[in-house]
Design a protein around this ligand. Structure first.
Ligand code: FAD
Length: 437
């Protein structure tokens, strides 16, 4: 009997350490150095953060997202999920633990598809946490449908020359390099005609036109770049994987990225639930505590049940990834997790915000940030609607149409068959009762 919901005690000890460490040392970084987690460490900030990273390394919890064959610790996705639940509470925690998006997904594809030289130049410093990376795929006119992308790379002698526009390239402003998805052969289908390139951000012709911010962020101080690739010349060695491999590579990257977001979302939603419960127990109105009001009890019960379902779904999917070591085989469940994620965070954060009254909607509490985060999760790495169609298509693969006019479960026919099967046991009165059902 292999189903088991217990954590190995040795790993639980590490998780307990991480839990305390994140609370005491890392969550305060979110307030001391807000929104700076993707800025190069220097000066006093490096002095504060390097020793924290060193403690994580000492515990063997650094960069746990990659297997040993790819240069990581090899914890697997299930253990990573349990750790990421803790890290999800803090914006700085993934940086301090060396497993922040989008660098995790980017590291994963360089580890899988990169040449030795590319690994030396990009993967190793990325795993050391010494540089940041950016995944540049979405275009201003097309996001959910990559077959519409037009940014292209054309061969010129030993080089490739990239031209076009990319939108929402997160962290481009501080990244050392960009992974750019472009058309290299317009004559064939996009699935065979697109490729990925590793492009240092300081390559002439890479022009960050605007750093788009999310709601509430100052103009041009956001993290999501509109980039003009204007005759960007890169050598043939900048190609990642083979020519025409972009879709295969993208699937590898996005599969991992989506489940990692989900793991961290558990931690964030749990934080919202914790805050809701504390407030419900602490605030009195109209003669009783909020926790005694049935509406509020309903918020707590619904949130608990929603989070538990989501957590089990994420842990199960992580376990499947470890078991099959093939994202394609787990595509349905990764997509289902991606579909569920924004709703779970939105609903729990929204209820927690409501229970906090006016204070809940202020910038003195984190709830509106969480609600915006939920909206982002419904778009980043592909919109919910697209993932729902993936789930539905995969689910439908296990079914066959019937050629009969009546559905297989049509009761009159099944009843006749049941009566025939048990005819010798049916007494007249029972037969009548069954007949009248
Ligand atoms: C915070 C954030 C960070 C991001 N980071 C990156 C990044 O680092 N790199 C990068 O390349 N991109 C990034 N993206 C972009 C993201 O991948 C795209 O936003 C996403 O793929 C959707 O593309 P779009 O915004 O162009 O929407 P569109 O493709 O225009 O779709 C708009 C809407 O149309 C509907 N829709 C689309 N397709 C379908 C369909 N098949 N069936 C039904 N309805 C559909 C959905 O409601 C969808 O939201 C990021 C986005 C966000 C919000």
């Amino acid at each position: 009997m292999a189903w088991d919901f217990e954590t190995d005690p040795q790993y639980q000890e590490l998780l307990d350490w991480a839990d305390e460490f994140v609370t005491d040392q890392v969550e305060p970084l979110d307030l001391a150095f807000p929104h700076l987690q993707f800025t190069q460490l220097e000066g006093k900030r490096r002095e504060a953060i390097d020793p924290l990273k060193a403690q994580v390394r000492e515990k063997g919890l650094w960069a746990t997202h990659l297997g040993p064959e790819l240069g990581g610790q090899g914890y697997g996705q299930l253990k990573l999920a349990l750790l990421n639940e803790i890290l999800g509470r803090s914006q700085w925690a993934p940086i301090v633990f060396g497993c922040q998006a989008p660098d995790t997904g980017n590291a994963e594809i360089i580890a899988h598809y990169g040449t030795e030289e590319q690994k030396k130049q990009y993967l190793h410093p990325l795993l050391e946490g010494e540089l940041f990376s950016c995944y540049s795929m979405t275009e201003p006119h097309a996001g959910a449908d990559p077959t519409l992308f037009t940014t292209s790379a054309v061969r010129d002698g030993d080089d490739w020359v990239i031209n076009g526009w990319k939108f929402f390239s997160s962290n481009a402003a501080t990244a050392s390099f960009l992974i750019v998805m472009v058309v290299t052969n317009p004559e064939v289908s996009a699935y065979q005609g697109m490729s990925m390139f590793l492009v240092p951000t300081d390559t002439p012709g890479v022009e960050i036109v605007r750093n788009v911010g999310l709601y509430g962020e100052a103009d041009n101080h956001g993290s999501h770049a509109l980039i003009h690739y204007d005759n960007v010349r890169v050598p043939a060695e900048a190609l990642l994987g083979g020519e025409g491999q972009a879709f295969v590579i993208a699937q590898t990257r996005l599969g991992g990225g989506r489940i990692h977001h989900a793991m961290r979302t558990i931690g964030l939603a749990q934080k919202a639930l914790d805050m809701m419960c504390e407030r419900a127990l602490s605030r009195e109105t109209q003669g009783s505590r909020l926790s005694d009001k049935q509406f509020v009890q309903g918020y707590i019960a619904d949130s608990y049940a929603q989070l538990l379902q989501f957590r089990l779904m994420v842990l199960y999917t992580a376990w499947e990834i470890d078991k099959y070591n093939d994202y394609k085989k787990v595509r349905k469940d990764i997509a289902a997790v991606k579909v569920a994620m924004p709703t779970v965070l939105h609903d729990i954060a929204w209820r927690a915000m409501q229970v906090h009254g006016a204070l809940g909607v202020t910038n003195e509490m984190p709830f509106l940030g969480m609600v915006t985060g939920a909206a982002v999760m419904g778009l980043a790495d592909g919109p919910t609607e697209v993932h729902k169609t993936t789930v539905a298509r995969q689910v439908l693969r296990d079914y066959q149409p019937t050629t009969d006019t009546w559905p297989t479960e049509w009761i009159p026919r099944k009843r006749d068959a049941a009566k025939a099967k048990y005819a010798e046991y049916l007494e007249a009165d029972i037969e009548n009762t069954v007949g009248n059902l």
